[in-house]
Design a protein around this ligand. Structure first.
Ligand code: CAA
Length: 288
């Protein structure tokens, strides 16, 4: 694996084809900058891996983490088809860096007290920027997999929920802690949580801020699979390999179709299947 894929010798992540029309995609991000924020980005062929790499702080996340995630998404090398998100150390992520609650915040970054003074439009825009670090993981062109061990609290839980698939270690401890801290989960986690477990169970999990362990996570559909902690990396690699065995265009079209299904009627979904299949069959015979 090479660290900082698509980069040159100085470790600068180059602008990729995806998101090339987005103004933020013109920005590059260096390995040193990522390290400073507590992230690593590695690419091995069609698989990219984002590593939360502040194990001494249980991979706590800051606004810089979310901005960097957004920039990684904007600059994702075009060949990448699978994105793995994992955490270094005993925990996937302990969520929001609690220093952001202090008046001085995290050095050089937002404190919650500082963003609280923004006007409504600017405040909304700021949170939208944070959320953009998470939403790109659902793009149809890629499949994202969260490899989750230990604690996945608050923003950590939401980052796992932002991925298409979750493989968990048997020691996983999901917790939506935001309401217990006077906040709401706002990093795009509420929609996938409700889609996966239903409104009632989501209310119970969020408003009690209780721990959801591996067995229950699989039972609820929050995780695709639970494995012994020592087998997590191999299980994720095996899944990524299986996903890559499928034709890319067909995989993209199928993911797009499946993602749209919950919001469509049967008739609308049937029509969407026809549209995708017409394009697929034409493409197959055009290339044969
Ligand atoms: N922010 C900053 N530092 C954190 C942290 C966090 N969220 N979580 C852990 N750390 C730090 C600890 O302060 C400690 O640092 P020092 O060694 O310098 O003292 C180090 O990480 C190790 O922590 P612990 O000794 O507590 O490790 P543990 O393995 O015994 O416990 C834990 C792990 C259960 C995650 C515990 O650390 C914990 O409860 N952390 C706080 C979790 C939390 O409340 N997160 C906020 C969620 S809400 C959210 O995320 C809001 C949002 O998105 C909008």
């Amino acid at each position: 694996p090479v660290s900082t894929a698509g980069g040159d010798e100085d470790g600068v992540l180059e602008v990729g084809a995806m998101g090339a029309n987005d103004s933020s995609a013109t920005e590059t991000i260096s390995t040193a900058e990522l390290n400073e924020i507590g992230l690593r980005f590695e690419v091995d062929g069609e698989i990219a891996t984002i590593v939360l790499d502040r194990p001494d702080k249980r991979n706590a996340q800051t606004s810089a983490t979310w901005s960097a995630l957004a920039r990684i998404g904007d600059n994702l090398p075009e060949q990448v088809r699978v994105v793995v998100v994992r955490g270094e150390g005993p925990s996937f992520s302990a969520g929001l860096d609690l220093s952001m609650f202090k008046p001085e915040g995290v050095p050089g970054q937002d404190s919650l007290a500082a963003v609280a003074t923004l006007d409504d439009t600017a405040f909304d825009q700021r949170i939208a920027e944070f959320q953009s670090g998470f939403t790109w993981l659902r793009r149809p062109e890629i499949v994202s997999i969260a490899a989750v061990q230990g604690h996945a609290i608050g923003a950590g839980f939401q980052l796992a929920l932002a991925c298409d698939l979750r493989i968990v270690a048997d020691d996983v401890r999901f917790c939506m802690k935001e309401p217990a801290l006077g906040l709401v989960p706002d990093l795009t986690g509420t929609k996938p949580l409700v889609d996966l477990v239903g409104v009632s169970r989501a209310i119970e999990i969020c408003l009690t801020a209780r721990i959801v362990g591996a067995v229950e996570a699989v039972q609820l559909g929050l995780a695709e699979m639970a494995v012994p902690a020592g087998e997590l990396a191999q299980a994720v690699h095996d899944l990524a390999t299986a996903l890559l065995a499928t034709d890319r265009a067909a995989a993209t079209a199928t993911k797009r179709l499946l993602q749209g299904a919950p919001a469509r009627t049967l008739a609308e979904q049937s029509a969407a299947e026809r549209v995708e299949q017409v394009a697929r069959i034409r493409a197959l015979f055009a290339s044969s």
